[in-house]
Design a binder for this molecule. Structure first.
Ligand SMILES: O=C(O)CCC(=O)C(=O)O
Ligand SMILES: [Fe+2]
Length: 468
């Protein structure tokens, strides 16, 4: 499922008087540099602006303090203009400000700019130690340099000085989570170093269990799989999930004339599953040209109740998920109409390692094609080197198709689970488990995120923090 932040973006109303301060991100990337086919979602920009707005620090204007992301974007743009630099070789082919900023922050000149700003801000902090915004701004620079400890120190101070400030609280939560992950990884590293060394390769994957629906009751599913966080493939079920058989032809007949937005994979992306918005297309055209597109595109997580009520009527939700708490809320509630959703992908495209948002469980029913799923347990998350970028979604730098064990030595200690989901099979993915999915063939699938007794507490805690 897509990141949960969409909800925050939709509900957020920013006062008009703050909007004038936002040129730095709304012009990023510069319009001329944008791929013609792509308009990066406005929603995302609004979120960036929310978190990282420039803040007025006393008078006069010269004392204005920008947080790190907008400052870095502004600096880079000016620098490119001044020197007429066009870094077209290594710059990620992305319209996502955070993906681009991550790249700029990794360059020696980007790092040195951030360090200069840190020195300047530190001086200001010395003369205004009681100013929460200054401490938080300083933290945002450390955060972008991935110096989590220094960022956290400053945020601890900022939050004490101004516990009501939402931007500070949000950054504090994100950085605290990042620090917790780093601490867990250091702890595991120390413990594992005491054990005999292992070879620099991924462990042999454990095959996911298969269970036929005729011998699996709803209670047994809850206690054996959901409660224990164990993935399972349920067989014999998908054919009972639609009132008429679903295939590409049927989807074209029912919703072919609808236009949908599509995603593409960006290797360097800081987005959830490394999928970024690409373009919009009629479903008919997309299916017809699935393998002949200039670049592979993904119809990903397209809400059936919202966009295709005609298709929703044909779906029968299996007993295992009938108790989904998201369906027991008022119709206008968060996530009430988000799922089930549709997935169509060409062979060869994958969605990268990610964890589904807000602690939700997940199922996917495959109607056509084959998909290779690779999972890890919740406990293995720190071994996969995740970090937080600009949301509460984990970003994994590890490339499982080509692991770099020098950079990520603990990867060899993670235990992958794997299955090749075949047409007619349904997969259950427990909450919190990182997973990566390769489309081995053109695929057509339906999925949903759900909440039951196994994850209710986690979901409530996650949502409360997200909406803080
Ligand atoms: O089928 C896929 O590519 C991944 C689906 C998934 O993991 C998700 O929607 O969360
Ligand atoms: Fe997922």
């Amino acid at each position: 499922m897509a990141d949960a932040i969409g909800f925050l973006q939709q509900t957020e109303q920013r006062p008009n008087d703050l909007q004038n301060d936002r040129e730095y991100l709304s012009e990023w990337p510069p319009v001329d540099d944008r791929r013609e086919s792509e308009k990066f979602a406005q929603r995302k920009r609004q979120k960036l602006d929310r978190v990282e707005e420039g803040r007025q620090f006393g008078e006069p204007e010269s004392e204005r303090v920008l947080w790190a992301r907008p400052a870095l974007a502004r600096w880079w743009r000016k620098r490119q203009k001044a020197t007429n630099l066009k870094d077209s070789t290594n710059m990620p082919k992305s319209d996502n400000p955070n993906t681009l900023l991550r790249y700029v922050a990794s360059l020696p000149e980007g790092k040195s700019y951030l360090k200069q700003q840190i020195s300047a801000l530190k001086e200001k902090v010395v003369s205004h130690p009681g100013n929460a915004v200054l401490h938080a701004a300083l933290a945002s620079y450390y955060d972008l340099l991935q110096d989590t400890s220094s960022a956290l120190n400053n945020l601890n101070i900022a939050s004490k000085l101004d516990p009501q400030d939402k931007n500070i609280a949000w950054l504090h939560l994100k950085v605290q989570r990042g620090k917790d992950l780093e601490d867990k990884r250091s702890f595991l590293q120390e413990r594992l170093l005491q054990q005999p060394p292992v070879e620099h390769k991924m462990a042999q994957p454990v095959e996911v269990e298969r269970h036929h629906c005729s011998t699996l009751g709803a209670k047994e599913f809850l206690f054996e799989y959901c409660m224990t966080g164990t993935p399972v493939v349920i067989t014999g079920l998908v054919e009972t999930m639609t009132t008429v058989p679903w295939n590409f032809q049927h989807i074209k007949e029912v919703v072919g004339n609808k236009t949908t937005s599509l995603k593409r994979m960006v290797k360097e992306s800081t987005e959830w599953a490394k999928l970024e918005p690409a373009c919009s297309m009629k479903i008919n055209d997309f299916i017809d040209s699935l393998n002949s597109l200039q670049e592979p595109l993904y119809l990903f997580d397209w809400s059936i109740p919202t966009h295709a009520p005609e298709l929703a009527k044909e779906l029968v939700i299996p007993k295992y998920f009938a108790g989904d708490f998201l369906q027991r809320t008022a119709p206008e509630s968060l996530y009430h109409d988000s799922w089930p959703s549709l997935f169509i992908a060409p062979a060869g495209l994958h969605s990268d390692l990610h964890v589904d948002a807000f602690g939700s469980n997940f199922w996917m029913a495959l109607f056509h094609g084959r998909k290779r799923w690779t999972f890890f347990s919740r406990e293995d998350v720190p071994l996969l080197y995740p970090h937080y970028e600009d949301s509460l979604d984990l970003v994994f730098d590890t490339d499982l198709s080509c692991p770099d064990f020098d950079k990520h030595p603990l990867l060899s200690r993670a235990i992958p689970l794997q299955c090749i989901l075949e047409p007619g099979e349904l997969l259950f993915v427990p909450h919190g488990c990182p997973h990566r999915v390769e489309n081995l063939e053109d695929s057509l699938a339906v999925s949903a995120n759900f909440v039951d007794l196994s994850n209710l507490q986690v979901v409530l805690e996650e949502l409360e923090e997200m909406l803080c």
